[in-house]
Design a binder for this molecule. Structure first.
Ligand code: ACO
Length: 449
């Protein structure tokens, strides 16, 4: 098969949200801390009637309907998630309900888990399958679904929730450059979920930032090496039109792109690094690797010199992550969706570099070549189907008090059995799945609005 990649996409995020400005004031944080300091505008969250299963049921159904895909045409279904609902039964098996009713139970694939990286693992599994000898000619389907919630404290405003679905096959408008992957994986306790009774992670926020930037450097180095070997010329940020990052909060994305700029400066590889920038960055040439991750002056200087390029190459992918928050496994692909939404018809012929990071840690940098493609699998149709503006506009704002109340209820519900939900679907749009009941054997029941 040729040009294997993403044929179609859809995104779902809960309509329930809280403004970061309001949360900031409520938490007694200094004005601008969440909106400018973290760079976030708004945060989506699940109420008691939604969870990672309902969100993915909604997103999969919507993709199949909107692109008119016969469920029998799916041969592999891979789910990426780090939200644990069951330690054995995969989210994938819940989604099988949608395929069984059409008589298709011949679908490979299960869940992949490692923090925010599971979605990328699921995506690679599907792409590798289509490119392999065991491919049977049908589509692969990838689902990234997470609800990111944190205990009270500085990490809480970096939550979010969403599900993304991606249809995988040949002749795609979003083509994988499969030879160009740079990974970095290692053993670190920066963010993990050892307490199985709680949905909240144990997180060392500062360490996770440093780990993210170190992994970025390492992946970029390997990505550049592979590019050089393959193309015979060196890679720099000028060789890609867009850079899309896993987005826990926007400030880290700003820092990440600035870091790539600094890497290019150190390697002396980018024509973008002009005289003025060279002068500004020269004082930092002597820093050791470790020192460079701790230097706030360097961070500020690189962000300043990279600002114009950031606006052109990164900013178009930041819309949904700023509006919805960290969606863990869905975060990188929601950023990519934002790019398709903002630039759809102008993207043909462009290269996009993607950076996936999951704490613990696993990270990969990879790239896409974009082509307009044939309807319904075209860049402009994907943008139309996702209807990002419509979904953002039809949201409902909760007060910080109501948001916190909701999280309190969810703390009790996590891991619980024998309850019915309010079944209140009034805030959900038609076609949305929602949780109605968890019975005395922990079995979960959903309805569709
Ligand atoms: N106006 C403008 N900016 C402000 C203000 C203000 N009033 N107050 C603070 N800031 C800035 C700070 O200067 C800082 O920016 P800088 O890094 O550019 O200097 C930023 O706001 C954050 O403030 P801090 O005090 O440094 O950090 P805080 O203690 O609030 O924690 C953190 C932030 C670590 C991101 C926390 O939210 C967290 O732990 N989140 C979860 C972990 C995470 O997302 N890690 C990322 C990778 S792993 C993953 O994806 C889960």
């Amino acid at each position: 098969p040729k040009d294997v990649g993403i044929l179609a996409m859809d995104i779902y995020f809960p309509p329930t949200s809280v403004q970061q400005e309001a949360l900031e004031a409520h938490d007694g944080a200094s004005k601008g801390k969440y909106t400018i300091g973290l760079g976030q505008d708004c945060m989506a969250f699940c109420t008691e009637v939604e969870d990672v299963i309902s969100m993915s049921l909604t997103a999969v159904t919507s993709l199949l309907e909107k692109y008119k895909i016969d469920p029998k045409q799916i041969g592999r279904l891979e789910v990426g998630s780090e939200t644990v609902i069951d330690k054995s039964k995969s989210i994938k098996t819940f989604l099988m309900q949608l395929f069984e009713e059409c008589g298709n139970t011949d679908i490979e694939g299960v869940d992949s888990t490692n923090a925010c990286y599971g979605g990328t693992a699921a995506l690679f599994n599907c792409v590798n399958w289509v490119e392999s000898n065991s491919w049977d000619g049908r589509y692969g389907l990838v689902v990234c679904t997470d609800s990111a919630v944190y205990a009270e404290g500085p990490a809480r405003p970096t939550g979010g929730a969403a599900a993304i679905t991606m249809l995988i096959g040949p002749d795609a408008p979003v083509v994988f450059e499969s030879k160009l992957r740079g990974s970095h994986m290692s053993h670190v306790y920066d963010f993990y979920k050892p307490d199985l009774a709680s949905e909240y992670p144990v997180v060392d926020g500062k360490l996770s930032q440093t780990c993210y930037l170190m992994a970025l450097d390492s992946c970029y180095k390997r990505f550049c090496e592979k590019f050089e070997k393959l193309e015979g010329s060196s890679f720099s940020i000028s060789d890609a039109d867009y850079f899309v990052f896993h987005s826990p909060y926007n400030k880290l994305v700003q820092k990440s792109f600035a870091r790539l700029y600094f890497d290019d400066f150190l390697r002396n590889s980018s024509s973008f690094v002009d005289e003025v920038a060279r002068e500004k960055l020269a004082p930092y040439l002597s820093l050791s690797g470790d020192e460079s991750y701790q230097s706030r002056d360097l961070e500020k200087a690189t962000q300043q010199v990279a600002k114009q390029l950031y606006d052109a190459k990164v900013q178009p992918s930041t819309l949904i992550p700023k509006q919805v928050g960290n969606m863990y496994t869905a975060s990188l692909y929601a950023a990519f969706s934002s790019l398709l939404h903002n630039k759809n018809s102008s993207l043909a012929g462009k290269r996009v570099v993607m950076f996936s990071y999951g704490s613990g840690l696993t990270a990969t940098m990879f790239s896409f070549q974009l082509r307009e493609g044939q309807y319904p699998f075209s860049l402009s149709n994907i943008a139309t189907v996702m209807d990002v503006s419509g979904k953002l506009k039809s949201r409902h704002e909760f007060t910080p008090e109501n948001f916190i109340q909701t999280l309190k209820l969810m703390e009790h519900r996590y891991g619980a059995k024998d309850f019915v939900t309010s079944k209140d679907s009034s805030l959900l749009s038609p076609g949305t799945y929602y949780l109605t009941q968890v019975d005395s054997l922990y079995r979960r029941f959903y309805a569709k609005k």
